[in-house]
Design a protein around this ligand. Structure first.
Ligand SMILES: *[C@@H]1O[C@H](CO)[C@@H](O)[C@H](O)[C@H]1NC(C)=O
Ligand SMILES: *[C@@H]1O[C@H](CO)[C@@H](O)[C@H](O)[C@H]1NC(C)=O
Ligand SMILES: *[C@@H]1O[C@H](CO)[C@@H](O)[C@H](O)[C@H]1NC(C)=O
Ligand SMILES: *[C@@H]1O[C@H](CO)[C@@H](O)[C@H](O)[C@H]1NC(C)=O
Ligand SMILES: *[C@@H]1O[C@H](CO)[C@@H](O)[C@H](O)[C@H]1NC(C)=O
Length: 478
């Protein structure tokens, strides 16, 4: 850190502290309406930043010293006032629906637990399951779980379990420090996201807290404590194997060559959109969604819309299944849904060996199989002309089936009731055993270390963004 920056920070600290005092004065004298939304002045000490996973570490190291001092000197009232900033400005009130009555109000912690969500607010809020809600976990004893959302760190005090769910912005240092202050002994912190490490950096704790924040994890990765994949392949048991796919019908539906559908034109890890635009010079690619022809049905929560889009995609021989980042096990509905629909995915995402482990045998085309765009083009053209060769990609349908979570299950509910109950089981298992010491390190090989360069050959690697790449849009999702 330069000395200029130190001076600046010091000044800023002074000014902010004065503002805090002024705010405290007004807080005592003003009645805030429940919908008013004010950022506490202290949050402004941490400058607003766009996220970059490799930046997080040094960024936090730089500021932790100042904040440690600040923390020691901060009056309790100021800490209590810190808001957990919602992912989207103005969306905070959408998370809460306090009218619902819940019966789980008993004090007995073995039968009635409280689970709190941090950071779940977001663009999907209005379609999300509204808080609070209750989950009943079967087993002996049967337990009732009250699940609520917290918007102030102090509110975690009464919970046994806190689930940190994907947040698009950083939980800043003030929030982390306040959460630690209010964390009761033994409270279980759960790391939960559907996103890849590139997109879920908002959940990374400050570097110094990496080993004593999260007790457990719920992610797509096979080494997560609780795995929650977007989909999976399941070989048939013997009695199912005579269900046969009608290959004549598959072929009869095919009228078009290749489609790409995306509503997220800007990505963080690699330049997916530029790749597709370049590919259009070598072969026909129809681009649908916000990055191309936007005429497809858009209300994707509605079943009839899903069906309409599926029928359209089915008319294509190939679909580009391009993940927003390239990380082990990170394969999303972009892959699984192409199998459900019945088209052949051309994939960029994790390594080819990883797809071979997860996807049905012989079901996909990975770009790493080709040394240049021309060889990919020639191969796809060959498949387009030779029906026998093309249908080889559907042979797996005689061997097994693909199961996928619907968009609704994955994004609307975030954490299934089943996974909430698994976390509750873990909570009790860890009470009296050495397991309690087991932690989830989000900077370690089970999370941040999962990502790698997209593609093995230079014709794909060229699309990788440099680490200092400037994004135009701060809200870059899938
Ligand atoms: C979770 O981790 C914290 C910090 O290491 C620890 O104090 C607590 O006992 C753990 N809780 C459980 C249920 O394992
Ligand atoms: C966290 O644990 C890792 C090993 O799991 C260790 O290398 C590292 O020094 C620890 N970091 C901190 C800040 O305690
Ligand atoms: C497959 O579908 C076609 C067209 O719908 C039909 O004519 C044919 O009999 C079907 N074949 C089998 C084996 O079911
Ligand atoms: C968009 O796609 C629809 C459906 O295929 C087609 O009718 C329409 O002409 C396309 N629009 C443009 C601008 O290409
Ligand atoms: C079509 O593909 C099949 C299977 O890959 C192959 O055996 C056959 O020779 C090909 N036919 C032509 C005309 O290329």
């Amino acid at each position: 850190m330069t000395s200029n920056f130190r001076t600046y920070l010091f000044l800023f600290f002074q000014v902010s502290f004065t503002i805090v005092l002024i705010c405290l004065y007004y807080a005592y004298n003003t009645e805030y309406s429940s919908h008013s939304f004010a950022y506490p002045a202290i949050s402004s000490i941490v400058p607003e930043r766009q996220f970059d996973p490799d930046e997080g570490i040094s960024y936090y190291e730089e500021i932790i010293q100042e904040h440690n001092e600040f923390y020691v000197d901060t009056p309790e009232k100021a800490v209590t006032d810190i808001n957990i900033r919602p992912a989207y400005r103005g969306s905070d009130h959408l998370c809460l629906s306090r009218t619902r009555s819940v019966s789980c109000l008993k004090r007995d912690k073995t039968q009635c637990l409280k689970v709190s969500f941090v950071g779940l607010c977001g663009r999907w809020s209005s379609t999300l399951r509204q808080f609070p809600f209750e989950v009943t976990c079967k087993g002996t004893p049967q337990r009732k779980i009250l699940v609520d959302h917290v918007d102030k760190p102090k509110a975690i005090e009464n919970a046994q379990i806190v689930i940190f769910s994907f947040v698009a912005s950083y939980l800043n240092m003030d929030v982390w420090l306040a959460l630690r202050r209010f964390r009761p002994r033994g409270q279980m912190w759960v790391f939960q996201t559907e996103e890849s490490p590139y997109y879920a950096v908002g959940l990374l704790p400050p570097w110094n807290f990496r080993n004593d924040s999260y007790n457990t994890s719920i992610t797509f990765h096979s080494a997560a404590d609780i795995q929650s994949p977007y989909g999976y392949y399941e070989p048939f048991r013997n009695e199912e194997s005579n269900i046969l796919e009608n290959f004549t019908e598959i072929l009869a539906a095919k009228k078009n060559f290749m489609i790409w559908i995306s509503s997220h034109c800007e990505t963080l890890h690699w330049d997916r959109t530029r790749f597709v635009k370049d590919l259009q010079r070598s072969m026909r690619v129809d681009i649908f969604g916000r990055c191309g022809n936007d005429s497809l049905c858009k209300t994707r929560w509605q079943d009839n819309c899903v069906q309409e889009v599926d029928d359209f995609v089915k008319s294509y021989k190939f679909i580009l299944s391009l993940e927003n980042s390239c990380c082990e096990d990170y394969v999303t509905e972009k892959l699984w849904h192409s199998f459900t629909v019945g088209t052949v995915p051309v994939v960029i995402g994790p390594r080819i060996e990883n797809y071979e482990r997860l996807a049905p045998p012989g079901s996909f085309i990975h770009v790493d199989q080709f040394s240049s765009v021309e060889s990919l083009r020639d191969y796809l053209k060959h498949l387009d002309k030779n029906d026998t060769a093309y249908l080889e990609y559907f042979k797996w349908k005689k061997l097994g089936k693909v199961r996928e979570h619907t968009i609704k299950e994955h994004y609307q509910n975030h954490v299934s009731d089943e996974n909430i109950c698994t976390v509750v089981d873990q909570y009790f298992e860890r009470q009296n055993s050495a397991e309690k010491l087991k932690m989830f390190d989000p900077y370690g090989p089970r999370w941040k270390g999962l990502c790698h360069q997209c593609g093995r050959n230079s014709w794909i690697q060229n699309y990788q963004f440099p680490l200092d790449h400037e994004r135009k849009n701060p809200w870059i999702w899938a």
